[in-house]
Design a protein around this ligand. Structure first.
Ligand code: FAD
Length: 462
């Protein structure tokens, strides 16, 4: 198995599937723009798209340190889901039931918005709305999933999650220890790198300029620097998610937490039948606390990922952290525990990357005082769809269009910084260890509610 991204020069299986990749020119002179966007991932590209729709006369430039999709957007699990990183029950407690319900509705609609944009722009990224199956594999997972569905019903969440019994669940996927599942139709899957690269091509057709190998080295209201070149812009949008902490002024805003993935060879006909012939494009997981996520890809592979890789001291983000042997081994074991029918299958690639997590796990759209510098992100690993919603809010606000969405209310929330080291390192890594422990106890039939509460405090979710 190849697990060094350097071997083929690209940081994910999805990107390496697209070789040869077009490489765009770096910035080679100083420049004046209406809008300068830092970061060539979904956030930056969707923002450029909606801005260009709202005002086609805008001169927009995007600056990407490496290549489009180099970050999480070219590496993720491909779940285009209506998941919000904070439970809707909490959103409801803080903003009221109506705002929570409207936000949930906007998230559900975002999945279809992406589907229709992909169709309109002719982006071939295997967008398939096959739904999300979350297996129930122990009693604690059962009570948690029932509570989640009840909370959703309480606020009128339109994700229309239903509880399936064992037989109904097995009509989707034949997994071990499964007593049932929750199923939501408000979820599609994509080949994520094809989405982000396709978006970039579509933007260029609309006159947006994208500079690659163009690291933004400093940013202030009204201007930024790419090496020795100065870019002045009426508005600047910083969309660097897990990499944002590299700018000294935002070191403690978004914590880079790593998520890791593996991909199998395409399943043979026999293997595919043995796991229950799941619909292609199906997203699957179970209700454990340390999140896992799988996708049955359009070419019948299993792309499978999970959290749990260590947080690195000082929020350091570097290429060496994009792979993690122990997490790769855990993922391979967990997939085979879930689907033992695949025992012996070849894993073709391991990769990972940083997510951006805010101190309270809420995503944000943050303008500075003069409204010229905007920072967006903080999706905590749920940004494939969420970045589209954030981008629409950002674009509307930048052009001064009216916006009565619930999203704009919630994303305007006051920011909090993460604690300085060593508290950040201790809290997060202890939190990850405790999360793993809670899952193990739950698998043994022990509900560990008190320990779970400690876990939530440690990782900043309480
Ligand atoms: C392994 C993994 C699996 C995931 N699975 C899912 C999933 O299934 N569903 C889901 O909803 N979310 C998932 N996520 C999260 C999702 O991918 C992200 O939330 C989303 O892609 C964030 O997009 P972005 O554009 O904000 O950030 P990114 O895609 O990270 O883009 C930021 C870009 O900024 C560039 N950059 C950084 N610094 C500079 C600089 N100084 N100058 C210029 N450019 C710079 C980077 O190179 C990068 O390309 C996953 C993430 C990972 C890592």
């Amino acid at each position: 198995m190849t697990d060094q991204w350097q071997v083929c020069g690209l940081p994910s299986f999805w990107l390496s599937e697209m070789v040869p990749l077009e490489r765009r020119m770096p910035l080679r002179s100083s420049l004046e723009l209406d809008v300068a966007i830092v970061g060539g991932g979904y956030s930056g590209l969707w923002t450029a798209l909606y801005l260009s729709e709202l005002d086609p006369s805008l001169k927009i430039g995007i600056f990407e340190r490496e290549t489009v999709g180099y970050g999480a957007s070219g590496r993720n699990g491909g779940w285009v889901s209506s998941i919000f990183p904070v439970p809707m029950a909490k959103v409801s407690r803080q903003y009221g039931r109506m705002t929570a319900r409207n936000l949930a509705k906007e998230l559900v609609e975002t999945v279809d918005e992406i589907g229709s944009k992909v169709a309109d722009l002719g982006i071939d990224c295997a967008f398939t709305k096959a739904g999300k199956l979350s297996l129930i594999r122990n009693p604690a997972q059962a009570s948690r999933s029932i509570a989640e569905v009840e909370e959703d019903d309480e606020i009128g969440n339109p994700t229309s999650t239903t509880i399936l019994d064992k037989k109904e669940t097995e009509s989707y996927l034949l997994a071990t220890y499964t007593t049932g599942a929750t199923f939501s139709g408000a979820c599609a899957s994509v080949q994520p790198a094809r989405l982000v690269r396709g978006l970039a091509t579509a933007l260029e057709r609309r006159g947006v300029t994208i500079f690659e190998d163009s690291e933004v080295t400093s940013i202030q209201s009204g201007s930024l620097r790419v090496g020795s070149y100065r870019v002045s812009a009426d508005k600047i949008v910083v969309a660097t998610e897990g990499y944002t902490g590299r700018f000294s002024q935002w070191r403690r805003q978004l914590l880079p937490l790593y998520s890791m993935m593996i991909a199998t060879d395409p399943l043979t006909d026999a293997q595919y039948e043995q796991i229950g012939s799941p619909p292609l494009g199906l997203c699957f997981a179970d209700h454990r606390n340390l999140r896992i996520y799988g996708q049955v890809t359009s070419d019948r592979r299993i792309a499978f990922g999970g959290r749990g890789a260590p947080y690195h001291w000082g929020s350091i983000v570097r290429k060496a952290n994009d792979v993690h042997g122990p997490t790769r081994d855990v993922l391979q074991r967990e997939l085979i525990k879930l689907l033992p029918q695949l025992d012996g299958i070849r894993f073709v690639r391991h990769w990972g990357g940083p997510l951006g997590v805010s101190r309270d796990w809420f995503p944000r759209v943050v303008p500075n005082q003069d409204g010229k510098l905007w920072r967006i992100g903080g999706y905590a690993g749920d940004g494939v769809a969420l970045s589209n919603l954030v981008a629409r809010v950002t674009a509307r606000q930048i052009v001064g269009a009216s916006d009565k969405s619930a999203a704009s209310t919630v994303f305007a929330r006051q920011e909090r910084k993460w604690e300085p080291e060593p508290f950040r390192w201790l809290g997060i890594n202890l939190g990850l260890a405790v999360t793993r422990l809670v899952d193990e106890l739950e698998d043994r039939g022990i509900e560990a509610k008190r320990i779970d509460k400690i876990r939530r405090i440690l990782i900043g979710q309480e």
